[in-house]
Each structure stands twice: as C-alpha cells, then as structure tokens.
Design a binder for this molecule. Structure first.
Ligand code: MSP
Length: 487
C-alpha cells in the first residue's frame, strides 16, 4: 500500500462555482477512487483561493465585508464538492491562519532567491499578473481572457529569481521526472520557460491590501500566486511538519489556463525550498457552453446546481467524465446532456440492469455473493495514463458488448422451450435447458459485476447499486429503474 497525494486547483472565491469548476474535482476524485481501488492510501486536497484585489473589489462592489464575502463563497465551493460526491480528505482556505503563517515561513526560506527592484509594466487585474511586452503587443493592449485593457504599473516589488532554476526545471520536464500531461502542453511549457522573466512576487500595500504581508517588510503584500501555490504543502503542515509521507504529489490537477504557474513558478518554489517536484501535472481543457467560452458578459454560464438537479448526480458525473474529454476543450449543451442521459445511461446501462435482473428473478436466482473481481490491464493502463474519458469509453464498450451478448443468447426464449419439453414429457431435457439458462444468466451477471467494478471510480453510487442487486440473496430488479427516462 502506498501513500498517494492528489491535489486540485483552488478556485478564486469571486463568485459561485460554475460547471467548469467540476473538472478538477471530478478528474481528481476519479483518480482518488481508482487509487483506493488499488488498495492505496489517498490524501486528496481541495480548497479556495481567497486573497487578491479581484476578490476584495467584488466584495466592495457588493457592499459586503470581505471576510464575510469569502466565507460565503468558500462555503459554496465546499457544498459543491459534496454535491458532486467528491471525497476529499483536506480542505484549505488561503485565509486560514495556519496557512498564512506557513506562507510567511515559506517566504523566509525562499529569501536567497528573492531581490527587490522597481518594476514598470503591463498588468492584468483579472489574471493577477504582469504580461510581457510581447504579450501586450500580441493582444493589442487588451487582456483576451478578461476583455479589459492592461494597466501600466510602476512599483517597488520583490522578485523571485526564476533564472536560478530554469535549467533544473527544463531537464525535469524533458526527462519526464516532472511529467506534464498532455504531451503537447509540456512542449508549450518548455517554450514558455525559455522566455520566463523573474516574477514579481509582492505588491505595495497601497496597491494590494487583501493578502499575506511579506515577513520583515510590512509595506509589501505577497503576490496571490505565491500564497495560492503554497497551499499544496501548507495543507500538509509544511514547514511545521515533515510532509514526506505524502509529498511529492502523485498528480496535481489544473486547468490549461493556469498550467504556466504550475509548470514554472511552482517547481521553482519547490526547488528553492529543497522539496521534490510533483510526479505529474495533469492539465485539462475547458468546458465550453454551446461552443463558446463561458462568460458572464455573454450570459452563457451554466449553473452546475441546475444541471445536478435535472438528472441527478450520476448523470452529472457521467457527462463530465465521459463526454468532457480529460485533456481537451469540450462542449456542454443541454441537448447533449439529455441525449447522453436517455440514450446511454438509461438505454445502455439502466435497461441492461433491469432486463437482466428481471430474467434472474424469474428463475429465482441467488446473487453472486462470493463474487471476486480482477482488474484488466487495458483499463489499468488507460487509468494510469490519466486519460479518464478514454477509460470510461472502454468501460462503456463493455456495457454495450453485454447488451449484444444478451441479444445474441436470447435468454427470454428459454421459458417457452422449457415448457414445450415439459409438455412433451421430456423432464430431463427441460432440466438441462433450465441449467443452461441459469448458467447464461449467472455468467452475464458476473460480467455485469465486473463492468460495474470498473465503473466505480466514475459512478460510485451506480456501481454500489448494481453490486447490491446482483450479490443479494435473491436477485430482484429495482422498483424504479436506475435511470428513468425523462422524455
Ligand atoms: N485561484 C486560481 C487557482 C490557484 S491554484 C493554486 C484559479 N482559480 S479559478 O477559479 O479561476 O479556476 C479554478 C480551476 O477551474 C482551474 O483549474 C481552472 O482551469 C478551472 N476552470 C475555470 N474555468 C473552467 C472551464 N470553463 N472549464 C474547465 N475548467 C475551468 O485559477
């Protein structure tokens, strides 16, 4: 049994969760459940990123005290995680006093690689970062993510000397010691690394009040990303505690938009602290709404609670883990969502369970109480590659193959045949047919249990229900089908 640490990006609390936020949580949860299935001991962090001007401004706009504002929104993310059936072990808020104190300790440990200088450049408040002159020109002075002109700022800042670690980071990425997935993103990060200037890691308190003060210089506040990235280790107790039981993380899940922070600044911080680099950074794509980036100004954001309420949790997990590709951008539309529910969950799986359990009930069959499960290697390889949507496709092919097998073996035709044999006085042949039928049904039930086991990291509730039905003392179909049709 190994200790496995899995992390997720901590969202800003400048609003309620949207469906895109589900990606980190569901991918990480699937991996966590898979690791537990392999018998490993999992620690799984989530949290909220609560400092910075973006959040302070939002609170001010809404005329709410910032502490109250972050409390309210952090709670929404905590509730969302529970609603998604995501089993985290730790939840960190960057406003936790322990986190803030530990951040200051981390800063002190980075000291040899920090210097102060005046900076003049273009800043985006939405991204909470300075952009290079090249980016400024390419984007014609307007941030494409936030649709706002960059501000020109000149201020005294502390800098983190990324240059001290570029070579080490490059060779870690190239050698796969720090694996960045998907591969093409690793190449992007290597190109970015070459151009990466040292990063400004503080701002004068006059410009940024809502944050962690720099130790030894109360006139400066830490850049939110230093505070935010530190969460992955402060939550384990660093530097107060020895974190080597869980650090380095096995996989860190982040979206493609924030990979650069995790592939450059974060490794540099870890190297400066003398800590090992994470094994893998998984960067997922974005969920689009009707083919477009979701944004409040376009008015196309989708409320995850509405989606959850429409067909329930398993339908949500099904769609976001199978139809939202684990690595590239994918589209959410209500039509696609309903079609996946009716044509796949209800038709392929719900019907299969109902049909098979009904046939077993007619034969008064007992469930497979001593059922033993074996993992298959193709599944395991795909899960290990962290391509979960592909692994889910693989499991679904098995669901469909089982449907085909039932259709080919036609167990429902046995009843008539058996009756005919009995009517002809051929009890022996009738018994033989009955045994044959029972064997077919039990074999199909065992295969369904195998499939349901493979499904368990994705759809734990469904897997448990199927397991309960086909291992019960008598197999009985559920009174209400697993996925009642809604059209
Ligand atoms: N606070 C930073 C993360 C700090 S991690 C040390 C942040 N927050 S965020 O709220 O903007 O994003 C949180 C996570 O949600 C990120 O992984 C981000 O990529 C992801 N997503 C935000 N919008 C998304 C979609 N539309 N689709 C999929 N994921 C999206 O960045």
């Amino acid at each position: 049994m190994s200790n496995i640490y899995i992390t997720t990006a901590i969202p800003y609390v400048n609003g309620a969760p949207h469906i895109g936020h589900a990606c980190d949580y569901l991918l990480a949860d699937t991996y966590a459940r898979y690791q537990k299935m392999l018998g490993n001991n999992v620690r799984f962090q989530a949290g909220t990123d609560e400092h910075g001007n973006k959040i302070a401004k939002k609170a001010e706009e809404q005329k709410v005290d910032v502490v109250e504002y972050v409390n309210q929104n952090s709670k929404k993310f905590q509730d969302f995680i529970k609603k998604l059936g995501v089993e985290t072990t730790d939840f960190i808020r960057t406003t936790d006093k322990d986190h803030e104190r530990r951040c200051r300790e981390i800063w002190k440990k980075l000291k040899d690689h920090i210097y102060s200088a005046t900076y003049k450049g273009w800043y985006c408040d939405g991204c909470e970062r300075y952009v290079t002159d090249k980016e400024y020109e390419e984007n014609k002075g307007i941030c494409p993510d936030h649709n706002k002109p960059y501000e020109e700022l000149e201020e005294e800042n502390y800098y983190f000397r990324i240059a001290d670690f570029k070579e080490q980071i490059r060779s870690a990425i190239q050698s796969g010691k720090l694996k960045i997935l998907p591969d093409f993103r690793a190449k992007e990060m290597l190109a970015l690394l070459d151009d990466s200037p040292d990063v400004s890691i503080s701002r004068p308190i006059s410009q940024l009040k809502w944050g962690v003060k720099v130790p030894g210089d109360e006139s400066q506040v830490m850049y939110v990303w230093i505070d935010a990235l530190s969460n992955y280790i402060t939550v384990l107790g660093y530097p107060d505690e020895d974190i080597s039981d869980f650090w380095p993380a096995k996989v860190q899940f982040v979206g493609k938009d924030i990979l650069r922070f995790h592939a450059i600044i974060w490794p540099a911080m870890l190297l400066a602290l003398g800590l090992p680099l994470p094994e893998t950074i998984h960067s997922h794509g974005h969920v689009l709404s009707d083919g477009k980036k979701m944004s409040k100004s376009i008015g196309n954001t989708v409320d995850p609670i509405e989606v959850l309420n429409s067909n329930g949790l398993s339908a949500f997990r099904y769609f976001f883990l199978r139809h939202i590709d684990s690595f590239s951008d994918s589209d959410f539309t209500w039509d696609k969502y309903q079609a996946a529910y009716n044509n796949e969950l209800a038709n392929d799986l719900g019907n299969l369970v109902q049909r098979l359990a009904n046939l077993c009930k007619k034969q008064n069959l007992s469930g497979l109480s001593d059922y033993k499960f074996e993992l298959d290697s193709e599944y395991q390889e795909t899960m290990d590659s962290l391509y979960f949507s592909k692994a889910f496709d693989y499991v679904w092919e098995k669901v469909q193959a089982l449907n085909r097998e039932i259709d080919e073996k036609k167990p429902w035709e046995y009843g008539k045949k058996i009756k005919a044999q009995i009517a002809d006085g051929n009890q022996e042949d009738a018994d033989k047919l009955k045994t044959e039928l029972e064997n077919i049904l039990l074999e199909l039930s065992a295969k369904l249990l195998d499939v349901s086991h493979l499904l368990s990291p994705f759809l734990p509730e469904v897997s448990e229900r199927i397991f309960a039905i086909f291992t019960a003392s008598k197999i009985v179909p559920p009174e209400v089908p697993l996925f009642p049709k809604n059209n």
